[in-house]
Design a protein around this ligand. Structure first.
Ligand code: AMP
Length: 230
């Protein structure tokens, strides 16, 4: 029987979480669960969740925990996520969400939590050049645009700048990262799940580092310890 693989990827906005999570989901054949993408889709379709989330998202504020937790619970409990596993991108975002995730899963169900480390000056540059497909969420940049006229290579959707990639909302999201999300590094180090990886460099070089570290944990060669430095 194939082992179920359950991963979380942490990192500042612009650290490359989305790109790396897509690569991880293809490599391990597991579901990529990105709460930001799910919420943007809900806003676009105009569901009840979307209507409630839109105002928070525009300002770069976090959506109330109960809404996001409900979405994650639904997605992790069915289909590929349930049968083969998942990589969570953008969740948990604070210690309360991390505790709820622990309650949702069997004890010790997470295999590893990867913290992608990138200096703030670099993430600011990456966010300024970031462009996304309005339909499928695929990420591009002004330096690496889609092949044809800002049309998504995957689905043909329009490739645009994210609505919350404004200066004020970016600053707010980075402040919230420091305040709410950064404590998760100590939380997961304490739970012996944390793997720290440099997110600087070419996408492929970063994903090779990430996959090698996860493979070591999955095969029992190494176990994340709380002695690792941040
Ligand atoms: P992201 O695409 O991960 O940068 O998320 C975009 C926006 O969606 C965030 O600025 C929040 O408003 C909202 N969001 C995404 N994930 C979460 C979460 N786990 N908790 C609360 N809000 C979230």
């Amino acid at each position: 029987m194939t082992k179920v693989v359950r991963l979380v990827v942490l990192g500042k906005q612009g650290a490359g979480k989305g790109t790396q999570c897509i690569r991880l989901s293809r490599h391990y054949v597991i579901e990529h669960i990105a709460t930001g993408d799910m919420l943007r889709a809900a806003v676009k379709i105009g569901t009840e969740v979307g209507r409630e989330a839109a105002e928070y998202m525009e300002k770069g504020e976090l959506i109330p925990d109960d809404i996001v937790i409900r979405l994650v619970k639904e997605r992790t409990s069915t289909g590929i996520a349930h049968e083969r596993g998942f990589v969570l991108d953008g969740f948990p975002r604070n210690v309360h969400q991390a505790e709820m995730l622990n309650n949702m899963l069997l004890p010790d169900a997470l295999d590893a939590v990867i913290n992608l480390r990138v200096p703030t000056n670099l993430v600011l540059k990456r966010i300024a050049s970031r462009r996304v497909c309005a339909d499928c969420g695929a990420t591009y940049s002004t330096l690496r645009p889609p092949t044809l006229n800002w049309t998504c290579d995957n689905c043909g959707g329009e490739v645009v700048q994210r609505e919350d990639d404004t200066e004020a909302a970016i600053q707010r999201r980075l402040d919230l990262y420091e305040l709410e999300t950064k404590p998760l590094i100590a939380f997961y180090r304490h739970h012996r799940k944390l793997i720290e990886i440099s997110g600087v460099g070419q996408e492929e070089a970063v994903s090779n580092r990430v996959i090698a570290a996860i493979d070591d944990v999955l095969s029992g060669v190494s176990k994340p310890t709380h002695s690792q430095t941040s």
